[in-house]
Design a protein around this ligand. Structure first.
Ligand SMILES: Nc1ncnc2c1ncn2[C@@H]1O[C@H](COP(=O)(O)OP(=O)(O)OP(=O)(O)O)[C@@H](O)[C@H]1O
Ligand SMILES: [Mg+2]
Length: 316
């Protein structure tokens, strides 16, 4: 858990529309605002198509935001307008991708994949220094340094994801956008990769934006969780609050879809389906219900949400 409340990233009213202004317009990210604190893991969850990847990709400037502001340690990411500044920014912010098969160039040796960032940023002054750094990185992610001369296809999914992690760490970033880094892996090795990431977070001073489909995994690793649906952030709170004392009906429906290993519970489990309300003209936005717990709602909902939150404690 971040012990300081120093913000490393501030996202303000971010919009990412595709095919804007045409009949095919997709409001993939529709006016979201949140902060990420230094050293924390911020989990971003939601169903397929809710806008999680688009959010991550906009933050790291793989897209030009349609509207809004992204402040990363004082850098106005949305305003970056040339390659040099983008490169400087990407030294501090790196991405780990979902598919460790598609994200590694099959024609490149592991050494060169990992050293990509080192080469781009000129971080090694000799071939030996470059090689030493690759070996160090391989060890850091739990891979055999002898494997540097091999190609990606010689590795398992979990090993490939470790290579992807080593590649991201090569430039000593401060912030990592991890877009479903374990969803493509066998369940048996998901925990290993997550554990590695948590170890690295502590040892390398990293902050994570960790994107995931469902809450079951992120609740263990996230300090705070944001819940997305149709491009909007519907709830944002400490992980434990989102998981145990959710306030937004959509979060409740997501939680009702998380299977538990208890068959008794499975039989009695009530699945709820989220149906968004019709607009009544009142402004809906993320509002702070109790300190640190935000819900996308109307001003007229706030009193009831406060009661709902209090009831959790009364019934405990
Ligand atoms: N480049 C693009 N052009 C047009 N539409 C896009 C593009 N990328 C994403 N979208 C659309 O934006 C919406 C959000 O997509 P996004 O990939 O961000 O969702 P996601 O939450 O990451 O979903 P998943 O869990 O499946 O990865 C979807 O409707 C998607 O079809
Ligand atoms: Mg995605």
């Amino acid at each position: 858990m971040a012990d300081t409340k120093e913000k490393i990233l501030e996202v303000r009213n971010l919009k990412q529309y595709f095919n804007a202004g045409t009949k095919n317009e997709v409001r993939a990210v529709d006016n979201i605002t949140f902060d990420v604190y230094k050293g924390e893991t911020f989990g971003l969850v939601g169903e397929s198509g809710s806008g999680k990847s688009t959010t991550g990709r906009s933050i790291i400037r793989l897209y030009d935001p349609t509207e809004g502001e992204i402040d990363f340690q004082g850098t106005q990411v949305h305003n970056i307008s040339n390659k040099k500044d983008l490169l400087t920014f990407r030294r501090d912010m790196q991405m780990i991708f979902q598919d460790p098969y598609a994200s590694l160039n099959p024609k490149m040796k592991v050494r060169d994949i990992i050293a990509e960032g080192i080469d781009i940023h000129g971080l090694a002054s000799s071939k030996k220094e470059r090689n030493d750094r690759v070996i160090e990185l391989l060890e850091l992610v739990g891979l055999n340094p002898d494997h540097a001369s091999r190609y990606p296809h010689e590795f398992s999914g979990g090993q490939r994801q470790r290579i992807g992690i080593a590649r991201a760490l090569a430039v000593k970033p401060k912030f990592i956008v991890a877009d479903e880094p374990i969803s493509a892996l066998d369940v048996s090795i998901q925990a290993q990769v997550v554990n590695l990431m948590m170890e690295l977070q502590a040892s390398q001073d990293l902050t994570f934006l960790f994107i995931a489909h469902d809450l079951s995994m992120v609740k263990y690793i996230s300090d705070r969780i944001g819940v997305m649906n149709t491009g909007k952030l519907l709830e944002l709170a400490p992980a434990d609050e989102v998981y145990n004392r959710p306030l937004h009906p959509y979060t409740e429906s997501l939680l009702s879809a998380v299977p538990l290993p208890d068959p008794e519970h499975e039989r009695s489990r009530k699945r709820t389906v989220y149906v968004p309300r019709e607009s009544n003209g009142e402004e809906e936005k993320l509002r702070e219900i109790v300190p640190g717990h935000f819900v996308y709602c109307r001003e007229s909902d706030v009193a009831d949400l406060k009661k709902k939150k209090a009831a959790y404690y009364a019934n405990a």
